[in-house]
Design a protein around this ligand. Structure first.
Ligand SMILES: Nc1ncnc2c1ncn2[C@@H]1O[C@H](COP(=O)(O)OP(=O)(O)OP(=O)(O)O)[C@@H](O)[C@H]1O
Length: 763
């Protein structure tokens, strides 16, 4: 054996001992959490005082969460080590662990002490002499990669253990599984800046395909939850993604990092109770996404706050109650002046109008009696004009109002003037009414594109309109607010109590939680057993502590209005690539979409290295990019691929044979077949049952956005360009999904931008 091999074996042995010991600590921590959980449950059932129940729930939930976190970190518990010039070594892992003496033995990757592991470079090693990556298979150390920053500072023994392959490249070469994995072990410096940026304010992460925007944004969520757990566990974190497929693709990253309490949804899912299943035509999507639609919705609502053409007349038991048009106008102005949402202002309007109707009833009654003056002969002082209306005092008015409110004719009249509305009703009636759109749409807006049947299925583009409407309509939430007021009184007591529980049980000292109000909030006994994430997801008006928007270039101006409502503190991470905008309603510049809300108070980080697509494929992608954005440069690939990308002139029916060959080439990996929308059904029939985990999955470009596969087969590139409302952007997205191999299949001519591909007509 050579010295070098000896050194490596020695190093592996030494690291194996350390790693085994760390897993031992993990087992101890788990056993403790399990024992604590058993002990808490052992304290009895649902009986006992409220105090005892709260105590039990607080502890059980904390221990369960701790246990889930400890279980999540089993794979790759420790992945790094940093050595400083003083001979001190620090191990970095998925979670922080301490020894019996409470000394830190493993540093959580998110802790400040772990930072040098990610930011040290040869030119700026930050006091490190070496960074070591540990590769684990189950609990065994199977490899190590060293980067040495200061050869002089290392011992001879250490020098002998240098091993070649960079951990990053090893990670990038792995076959794809159909799901995104975490990259804690190999976060790069530029990504680290994104991940650890301050919670305050808005950060835009702009980067080309494969630069790790998504993966960095997810690690940022985990980092923020670790660093600001008190704020964020109470308020929650929301991740908005482009489609359900993408959310499934990234769904495992945060749980693998021990974080399960993040809400993930698409724009189409952001209105509780509505499932947006239909798609808009591009022209309709553009109009729906236009910021001027806010005026359209407001205008449509204003039309629902009506006044009669003449006087208001209601027939009731043979009486004709009449309220002058001028009075109706005055009541409407008064109700509008309170600036409450429509459904809440309606209360005021209804109360006032009922009083007017009560007066009108008295007047009508007077007239119906046909007695102008009641004259009592003997007692002239009693002789006076009959004045039923003038005789009504407040109490009479209230009683009469209540009675009138029970009359269907009165209800009908009021509903005709100021109806109680749901967002769904307002928007579906708006989008199906030529008259309403014609009268409220500002000039220049192609409102005719919006027209559709009243019962049409909801689209993702409708959801921001529904949200806008809900904001203007409000809901009569007096009952909920009364309950909240009462809960508010209780919460101070609960916080104090929760704190006492933590202290008396030692949980507080263990550092598991440091703020009692977090617990108090999470454990307010609303009887639902819901977590913050559950409550937030079900509540349209929830204000999140932080919102991450991925593929943010696709969002329309109206969608941004909705997102901003969810995050009043404007703590946002906006992740995207303007060169990949597929939606005609999407962004052309970040300033254009963000400035209306943030007034320039956002900053941008750029990611410039492509970790996904090999150089050869990126050359093709660059041609595609330059065809629609001549001056723009794509990110630089970090590695070479294994095959030149190719074009094949083949019919769709030949795809199964082609895909079979690709599967044979890549072994364990995944094939993605990307088609224009119009061909999707036909191609998908050739590969039944293809979900994300399947070896072959057929996707439209919209579905493939954000995903990646070992091999990508792009079908009918000319069709993809033709269908794209923006031009070549969709083709750019399609050709940048591959990590290893790219084949373009076409029957007609290839788009000019793909002329670099060597063309063949056989497999
Ligand atoms: N530091 C890293 N270490 C290991 N793998 C990484 C790293 N950064 C990114 N990757 C990998 O590169 C691939 C691309 O990352 P990601 O999907 O986050 O890029 P993206 O910028 O969101 O791309 P797109 O804009 O095309 O959707 C993923 O497989 C990801 O795991």
């Amino acid at each position: 054996m050579t010295n070098r091999q000896d050194g490596l074996v020695e190093a592996l042995d030494a690291e194996q001992r350390t790693v085994a010991w760390l897993y031992g600590r993990l087992d101890v921590a788990r056993e403790r959490a399990q024992a604590a959980l058993r002990e808490v449950y052992g304290r009895g059932g649902a009986l006992g005082t409220r105090q005892a129940r709260v105590e039990r729930e607080v502890l059980a939930s904390e221990q369960a969460r701790r246990l889930a976190q400890l279980n999540a970190v089993e794979r790759g518990l420790c992945f790094g080590r940093i050595d400083d010039g003083s001979g001190q070594s620090t191990y970095v892992g998925r979670i922080g662990l301490r020894d019996e003496g409470h000394e830190s033995v493993l540093i959580d990757w998110r802790a400040p002490a772990a930072r040098p592991f990610y930011v040290a470079t040869a030119t700026d090693p930050g006091g490190l002499v070496r960074r070591r990556h540990l590769h684990l298979k189950d609990r065994s150390v199977v490899g190590i990669d060293d980067e040495v920053f200061d050869l002089e500072g290392m011992s001879d023994g250490d020098r002998r253990t240098l091993v070649g392959e960079a951990a990053l490249l090893a990670a990038l070469r792995r076959g794809r599984t159909g799901r995104m994995g975490d990259v804690v072990a190999t976060i790069q410096t530029e990504q680290d800046r994104v991940i650890r940026a301050s919670l305050q304010g808005a950060l835009v992460v702009q980067g080309g395909p494969g630069t790790g925007k998504t993966v960095a944004a997810l690690h940022r969520a985990a980092y923020l939850l670790y660093t600001h757990r008190d704020t964020l566990e109470r308020r929650g974190v929301l991740v908005v993604g482009p489609n359900p497929m993408f959310l499934r693709y990234i769904g495992q990253v945060l749980p693998a990092l021990g974080e399960t309490q993040v809400v993930m949804c698409t724009v189409g899912e952001m209105f509780p109770g509505v499932r947006a299943v239909a798609a808009d035509r591009p022209a309709a999507a553009v109009v729906k996404g236009d910021a001027r639609m806010a005026e359209v919705v407001a205008g449509a609502l204003a039309l629902r706050q009506g006044v009669p053409d003449g006087d208001l007349e209601v027939e009731l038991d043979g009486l004709r109650l009449r309220v002058a048009r001028a009075v109706c106008l005055r009541l409407r102005e008064r109700a509008r002046a309170v600036r409450l949402p429509h459904n809440m202002a309606r209360k005021l309007y209804v109360t006032e109008l009922l009083k007017e109707l009560a007066r009108a009833e008295a007047r009508a009654l007077e007239e119906s009696l046909h007695i102008e003056d009641l004259v009592v002969d003997d007692e002239p002082e009693l002789s006076q004009p009959l004045d039923l209306e003038g005789d009504l005092d407040e109490l009479d008015l209230e009683l009469a109002s209540r009675r009138l409110w029970g009359e269907p004719e009165v209800r009908r009249a009021i509903d005709g003037l100021w109806p109680e509305l749901t967002p769904q009703r307002l928007i579906s009636e708006l989008l199906s009414s030529w008259d309403t759109l014609w009268s409220v749409a500002p000039s220049g807006l192609d409102w005719q594109e919006l027209l559709r049947p009243v019962e049409a299925a909801w689209t993702a583009g409708d959801v921001p309109l529904l949200d806008e409407a809900a904001e203007l309509l409000g809901e009569d939430d007096s009952a909920r607010r009364a309950a909240a007021r009462q809960a508010g009184q209780e919460s101070a007591e609960q916080e104090l109590y929760a704190w006492e529980v933590l202290e008396s049980t030692g949980v507080a000292e263990g550092g598991i939680l440091d703020r009692a109000d977090v617990l108090a909030e999470r454990h307010i006994d609303d009887g639902s057993g819901l977590t913050t994430a559950d409550r937030a997801a079900a509540d349209r008006t929830w204000a999140y502590g932080h919102v991450i928007v991925d593929e943010a270039q696709e969002l329309s101006a109206m969608a941004w209005r909705m997102i901003m409502r969810r995050v009043p503190a404007r703590s946002l991470t906006v992740v995207g690539d303007l060169a990949q905008t597929g939606s005609a309603a999407g962004a052309r510049s970040w300033g254009e979409v963000l400035d209306p809300h943030l007034k320039g108070r956002w900053r941008e980080e750029r990611l410039l290295v492509n970790y996904r697509t090999p150089v050869e494929i990126m050359r093709v992608a660059t041609d595609v990019l330059h065809a629609f954005a001549p001056g723009q440069e794509p990110p630089e690939s970090v590695r070479e691929g294994e095959a030149e990308p190719r074009a094949l002139r083949l019919p769709v029916s030949a795809l199964p044979a082609l895909v079979e060959g690709e599967l044979a080439e890549i072994g364990d990996g995944r094939v993605g077949v990307v088609t224009p929308d119009g061909l999707h059904a036909e191609v998908a029939r050739l590969f039944p049952g293809g979900d994300l985990d399947a070896p072959v999955v057929v996707l439209t470009v919209g579905q493939a956005k954000g995903l990646e596969f070992d091999t990508v087969v792009v079908v009918d590139p000319a069709g993809i360009v033709a269908q794209s409302p923006m031009g070549g952007q969709d083709l750019y997205v399609a050709v940048t999904r591959a990590t290893r191999r790219l084949t373009v299949v076409h029957e007609g001519d290839l788009p000019e931008s793909l002329s670099r591909l060597t063309e063949k007509s056989t497999l």
